[in-house]
Ligand binder design. Structure first.
Ligand code: AMP
Length: 205
């Protein structure tokens, strides 16, 4: 399955994406994790993006698109978390997937208020010490989410499954599984007159 998970910082995307990856056997591709990994390694990419992440700004679209193109090149399925964050990134992703004839199966949106997002990110700061979870940086990140990423949410509106992200982790995952189950069931329905294709790979990858 090719799954996109959208939602503001602090909506629980990472937590849910990890569970989806484990249950549906797809890789969790999180652009924030990839960039933090590059910074930790001290690679050229890491050195370039470090000040951008510290300010809570966005890494330029062309760099992100190249990174995702390379990361997804050999994947049949994935749960994508943190990308696309802008309309040009979404256009590039759709074009990339269309080119290889593998469109997205489902787009999930985790909805939380800014107050809850801020509260959760400050808690995470205390637990994990992420430097971009400082109050001023969080405000910048949420501002960019509303300005640049909400139009991406609007773009996927026709195929969006919105889930209340303020529920508990287990409750949110139950709603996510329901949304993914609907897609899997639809994909298992044979076309009238066609041979039944019940290859589990089609459902899980
Ligand atoms: P995240 O862990 O998804 O909150 O990402 C952490 C930071 O990485 C963001 O605040 C951005 O600076 C950068 N980043 C991650 N994904 C993207 C993206 N798709 N486009 C631009 N910047 C990104």
């Amino acid at each position: 399955m090719r799954i996109l998970i959208l939602g503001p910082q602090g909506s629980g995307k990472g937590t849910q994406a990890k569970r989806i990856a484990a249950v549906y056997d797809v890789p969790h591709v999180a652009t924030g994790d990839i960039l933090r990994g590059a910074i930790a390694e001290g690679s050229e990419l890491g050195r370039r993006v470090e000040p951008i992440l510290e300010r809570g700004d966005l890494v330029p679209d062309d760099l992100m698109v190249d990174l995702i193109r390379e990361r997804l090149a050999d994947e049949h399925g994935f749960v994508l978390d943190g990308f696309p964050r802008t309309v040009p990134q979404a256009e590039a992703l759709d074009a990339m997937l269309e080119e290889i004839g593998k469109p997205l199966d489902v787009v999930l949106l985790l909805e939380v208020s800014d107050d809850i997002a801020l509260e959760r990110l400050l808690e995470r700061r205390a637990e994990e010490g992420r430097r971009d979870d400082a109050p001023d940086v969080i405000r910048n990140r949420l501002r960019l989410y509303h300005g640049l990423t909400e139009p991406v949410v609007a773009r996927y509106h026709p195929m969006l499954h919105a889930v209340d992200g303020e529920l508990t982790v287990g409750e949110v995952f139950a709603a996510v599984e329901e949304a993914l189950g609907q897609v899997a069931v639809v994909r298992l329905q044979p076309e009238p007159g066609s041979s039944l294709d019940s290859d589990p790979e089609r459902v899980t990858r």
